[in-house]
Every structure is written in C-alpha cells, then in structure tokens.
Design a protein. Structure first.
Length: 436
C-alpha cells in the first residue's frame, strides 16, 4: 500500500531528515538547493476506452509553463478514445536532480503520493503535481492537464440547413464569403437576387439584372451589373463605380481583376475606377469565357507574394477546364504575365470541362464542383492535377441541378444547390481544431 502524507508533513520531514544526515565525523560536503522545478515529463503507453490496442504516447509532447505552473499536451491532443482515467508516465525530470522529491496530489484529499512510473492515474480532471527543493525550503506546484481529441481528425461532418425555396427555383447560383458570412447571387426567371446568411437562413438583400455577376474578397461583395460595379461590406450600404467591364473576377493583394466585354483579362489598382489590359503568355482563345472562377492562394515562405488563378471553360477546349495563373507581388511593378496551364496528354487528372463550374480555395489548395454535381475535385498542385479525395465526400442525400461552393475563415465548406434548394455546411474535423 502506498504511503500518503500531507504536503506540510513532507516539508517538515525533509528538513529533519537532512539534519540527521550531518555527522561530526563526516567529511562529505552535501549541498542542498532552495530552487526546484519540473523540467520534463513524458507520457508512457496508454490504452483506449473501447479497445485492447495501446498507444505509445511518448511522441505527444507535454508543454511546461514555469510562470503559470501548468503542464499540458493541449497543442498535441491524444487520439480520440484515449482512456484518460488510465494515464501512465514514462519519465520525469527535475531541476537539481530532485526527481525523488516529486509527488502527485490526491484527487480526493490533500494527501500526496510519490511519483512512480508504475502508477496509473485518473486524468479525467486536471491533477496537481508538486516538486520539493532538496533543502526542503521551497515547493513548486503544477497543474497537469491531459486531453484527447473528441473528434476523428479526418472525418468530414456535414450540416444541412432548411430547404430554401428561392434557391430551389434558381437557374444558377454563385456563392461567396463576406466577413465570414455566406453570400449568394441567384439567377431567377426575371433577373437575379442577392441573399445573405442571417440567423441560420438566407435573407434577400437586393435585386439585380439577369446579367449581374458576383465575387467576394472576404471583406467586400462586388456585383457587376450593366457597366456598374456595386460594392458593399454588409449588403445594405453600397458604393458604385462606373466601369467598362463585363464582370469583376476577384481581388488579390492590391489588385482587382476583371473580364472585359471582349473577354480580355484586366486589372485595377484603384478599386475599379480605372483599368488596364493584362499581359498573357499564350493564345487568348484559351482564356475562359464561361463559368469563370477566381481563386487566390498564398505562396510558401513569402507573405508578400500571392498566386491568383482564373479557372473556367472555353470553346477552344471541349475536354478540360482552362486554368490560368499569375504571381501577384506586393510591389505591383514586379507582376508577371498570366500563365496558361497547357494540357498535357499524359495527365489523366485534369479538371474536366464541367457546366456551371464552381471553384474555391481550401486549405491553400483548390476545391471544385460542377456538371452533374456528383463529386468534389481537389487540387494540391496549383491546378495541375484534380482528383477525388476520400476525405472530401459529398453528403449522402446531396442533390443539385447546379451547385456553388465557398469556404469561410473557419474552413467550413458551404455548398448551395439549385433544383433541391439544399444548403450544406461541412468541415474536416482537424481543420477546426486550431479554431477552438
């Protein structure tokens, strides 16, 4: 049976023990230190609640905060189903070698028990850990918290909202995200209407003509309609700029991009007040003329450099969607031409030419849907290869005549469906762990 003593009794006993060890004829000099701290703690082999399998948890790092007196694995949570009531430790390290002066406080009383790697401890709640200095004059307390994920990392969970009868009857739809809220522009029999997501459903905000197009840059909605660019951050107050463009495509860095009525790529540095034609590195017939999408992603290692994509369909290609890209610099004088991604006959994973194609950025990669809306396409290499991903799967009862996809700041994927009026919101669990 393990001995359990109070913290105060242990401190007194430590001082007495040191005094008795000092003999008149002992020439050995013993140094006792007043300072102490836990400098390392390692988890051992753990178990699952509903399985005989074990977990070698030594790779799950415990972070020690000496100022707050906390120890936790929260940044590196244990797997789902770990039995937190049976936690073992493989090692402990203490300043000045005080590993024999480390004690766990009881979960039900003020008594303490010496640290032992043979012990199995209940960490369904945080536990207190004490380390005493060799002099017995100082004790440092830590609150130790061990946590496990409550969700399976790679599982995509979908939530379905109430059927929207307006969306059900739209002939096509375009989605975007503004201030982390869903925005939808839907084509009706007589024009188009803008809806915003409010209190769990989409509410009508404004009507436009049948030729209106929409894009968002995260903070602003841009609707191009009849030679006018309408912009708003809340779909209530609108600014207008007259511009000879067919549609604003998107914004990347300081630059706003648009398509002219002659199907030429254009760029503005003054929010659409003035425009200039963009340079391209290949035949203009491959510039998309329908189902056009704009995507902006970050580049690795340089926050001042971004990559812009224009992806859509062209009559020049009957098999695949067209992908153009451009490096966008903080210094716009360094901008390069738009580069056409040529079709490689050996690449069997191109993005098909899908009607009503919708593309969005996801985790700095790209996600697409279109055509029969029966699958999602995912690209991790700047739009060269597009494959189905076994984690990114549509909901079981998903139904759409056409669909549009967008991703918000919390990595939730939104899909709005004409024909069925369905509105879906989903996220791979691990994509939200850093948001909690």
């Amino acid at each position: 049976m393990k001995s359990k003593i109070s913290i105060f009794a242990l401190s007194f006993a430590t001082v007495c023990m040191m005094s008795s060890c000092l003999g008149d004829n002992d020439d050995t000099e013993i140094v006792y230190y007043d300072d102490t701290a836990i400098t390392g703690l390692t988890l051992g082999t753990l178990t699952y609640v509903d399985s005989a399998d074990t977990i070698n948890a030594s790779g799950y790092k415990l972070q020690i905060d000496q100022y707050s007196g906390t120890i936790t694995n929260a940044p590196d949570s244990l797997p789902v189903g770990t039995n937190l009531k049976e936690i073992k430790f493989a090692s402990v390290y203490a300043l000045n070698g005080n590993v024999n002066n480390v004690y766990w406080k009881s979960a039900v009383s003020d008594s303490i028990t010496p640290f032992s790697m043979k012990d199995t401890l209940d960490f369904s709640q945080p536990r207190e850990l004490y380390v005493f200095s060799s002099s017995g004059n100082f004790v440092k307390k830590y609150t130790v918290t061990i946590v496990a994920h409550k969700e399976i990392a790679d599982t995509l969970i979908w939530n379905k909202f109430d059927i929207d009868n307006d969306i059900k009857n739209y002939t096509s739809v375009k989605t975007g995200i503004c201030n982390n809220s869903l925005v939808v522009l839907g084509k009706t029999a007589s024009g188009s209407e803008l809806k915003t997501f409010v209190d769990g459903s989409l509410k009508k905000a404004r009507s436009f003509s049948a030729n209106a197009t929409m894009t968002t840059d995260g903070n602003t909605i841009y609707v191009t309609d009849g030679g006018v660019i309408y912009s708003s951050s809340d779909a209530k107050s609108w600014n207008t700029v007259s511009a000879d463009v067919k549609s604003v495509l998107g914004v990347c860095g300081k630059e706003m991009f648009a398509m002219s009525s002659a199907n030429k790529l254009m760029m503005s540095l003054d929010n659409g007040a003035s425009w200039k034609n963009e340079d391209i590195d290949d035949d203009a017939k491959y510039v998309p003329s329908s189902d056009i999408n704009f995507v902006s992603t970050a580049t690795t290692g340089n926050t001042d450099v971004k990559r812009a994509f224009v992806i859509g369909n062209s009559s020049a290609n009957s098999k695949k969607a067209e992908v153009w890209s451009k490096i966008v610099e903080e210094n716009t004088d360094k901008d390069q031409s738009w580069m056409y991604q040529k079709f490689n006959s050996s690449n069997n994973y191109y993005l098909p030419k899908l009607s009503n194609l919708s593309v969005t950025a996801y985790d700095n990669n790209m996600l697409a849907i279109g055509g029969e809306c029966d699958k999602l396409y995912y690209s991790i290499d700047c739009g060269i290869c597009w494959k189905e991903n076994d984690k990114l799967i549509l909901p079981k009862d998903f139904s759409a005549s056409t669909a549009s996809i967008a991703v918000d700041n919390d990595y939730f994927i939104w899909i709005v469906c004409t024909g069925s009026g369905q509105v879906w919101k989903g996220r791979i669990n691990k994509m939200g762990w850093d948001k909690k």
